[in-house]
Each structure stands twice: as C-alpha cells, then as structure tokens.
Design a protein around this ligand. Structure first.
Ligand SMILES: [Zn+2]
Ligand SMILES: [Zn+2]
Length: 275
C-alpha cells in the first residue's frame, strides 16, 4: 500500500513563506492498494491530487472517504477536476453525520450563491454511500484481491469517522479530527489502530497549545504516541497541523514526538509512505 499526503493542515489553508516546507493545504490523503485508488478527505489538497490523476490519464475510478464534512475536509471537492469529466467514476463514502447525507452536504457547498456551478454540473458518475459506525466496505484491488475499509467513530463536534484500511496483509489507519479523552484511552481508536503499519493521527497541538483548546475536537502528538504504543502501531504520522504552526513549529513538534516514539514523522505535502 502506498500512501501520499496532498494536504496535511487542519482548520484552514495556511499558505505563505513560513509554511512552504510542510505545506498549507487542508486534509487529503491518497492510498493506492493494487490498482485501487482510495482518497481520504477532500480538503484543498484534493485539487492537486486531481491534477495528478488527470495527468495519469483516464478513465479514473476512485473511492473517496469523508471523515466528516467540516470545511477543511470538503472544500477541495468543487475544484477536483476529474469529477467534471464524463467517463470517470467516483464512489463517495461518508455518513458519520446526523441530519444530512453526504450528497446533500457536498451539493450544499456548491449551491447558489456560494459557488458558480452546482454539483449536477460535474460530469463524472458518482455513487454516494452513507456508512454506519463500525461498518466496512470491500473494494476490488484490480488484481484479484480486496481492500477492506472499516469505520470507527472518533470524538469530534458533529461527529467523525476514522478508517482502517487493510490490503495484502498491510494496515493503514486514518484518524483525523479526534480529541482524546481525559484520563482514559479511546478504546474504539485503539482497536481500530491495532497492529497498524501506518497510523495517521490528529496531532494538531502541542500539549501546551491543547490546554487552551479543550473541547475543540483535536488532539496532540503525545496522545498519538500513547495510542500508537497501546495499539502496537509500527509508524506514527502526525497529521492535521494547526494553521498557526510554521515549518519550524511542526518540526519541533516532530522532534518532541520522536523522543517518545522513534518511528514518527510529521506529515508534509508530497510525503509518500510504503506500508
Ligand atoms: Zn479538520
Ligand atoms: Zn473537523
């Protein structure tokens, strides 16, 4: 399984000279399993992934999983070029949420007067799937195998799903936008991350920053290390960096995490990991 990071930032894009090393685009992670293309979240990083997929040539078939529908996880979708191309095929999965389906939310952000063209102008074939908590989906890997994606609920305002991706004996877990609990471990995430080869975790804050942001739905590298150790994860990826953290701050966060768990990396745009 090959994992590529297209957007690693939380909350709002943060471009500029101070964030050029890590990147300023919001959440978007690509996973390749055999011939299957899986995409996790549609933050502004999705626009760049779209350009790459277009260059690879089509028709493009991909499976897109939305952890939740806060802006920083859907805002790249209206700028995802392959979705406008007839003959491409996208299977979209969401459904942690309450009152609206994924389709209604993605259509809603493109509604008049917020956007010049509506969802119906996208020419690609799309299927919308609202997943239940604990549910799983099997995807053909194009080589006689299957990719299994399983959900678990995280701890975030309006809800969030984390995803476990299994293919050919390898496991990657994508757990963003989740806040740890005070004094107890998140059993659902610990179970989801069990023996993961790659564990991507919401490490938006340092412990000092977190102290002033309790209840905002995000976590720290320290809590990521705790979960990674407990779950027996091999590699931890710090993800969803706070927009106020410049390159130096993210690297300092990584250094502090490394002192607790050697196999850790702070995600940056363009990072590719083989699980
Ligand atoms: Zn977010
Ligand atoms: Zn969120």
């Amino acid at each position: 399984m090959q994992i590529t990071f297209w957007g690693v930032r939380g909350s709002i894009p943060s471009p500029g000279p101070a964030t050029m090393g890590i990147g300023g685009n919001t959440s978007c992670v690509e996973m390749r399993a055999g011939k299957a293309i899986l995409i996790f979240d549609g933050g502004t990083g999705l626009r760049l992934l779209g350009k790459k997929l277009t260059k690879e040539g089509g028709p493009i078939v991909a499976h897109m999983f939305f952890s939740h529908v806060h802006w920083d996880h859907i805002q790249g979708f209206p700028f995802f070029e392959p979705a406008f191309v007839k003959g491409n095929e996208f299977h979209l999965y969401g459904g942690n949420n309450v009152s609206r389906t994924l389709e209604e939310t993605l259509a809603g952000q493109m509604d008049h007067p917020n956007f010049p063209v509506d969802l119906g102008a996208m020419g690609a074939a799309m299927t919308f799937n609202d997943l239940p908590e604990g549910g799983s989906v099997d995807i053909d890997d194009g080589g006689g195998g299957q990719v299994r994606v399983t959900t678990a609920r995280g701890n975030h305002p309006q809800g969030v799903f984390a995803f476990r991706v299994e293919h050919a004996g390898k496991v990657a877990v994508y757990a963003t936008d989740t806040e740890h609990y005070d004094g107890r471990i998140d059993d659902k995430l610990a179970a989801l991350a069990k023996n993961a080869d790659v564990f991507i975790y919401d490490s938006q804050y340092t412990p000092e920053e977190y102290a002033a942001r309790k209840g905002w739905g995000h976590s720290t590298y320290e809590e990521g290390v705790k979960l990674a150790k407990l779950a027996g994860a091999k590699r931890l990826v710090l993800f969803h960096h706070d927009p106020t953290q410049n390159d130096d701050a993210v690297r300092e966060k990584e250094k502090r995490a490394k002192a607790l768990f050697p196999n850790v990396v702070a995600a940056y745009e363009g990072l590719t990991i083989e699980a």
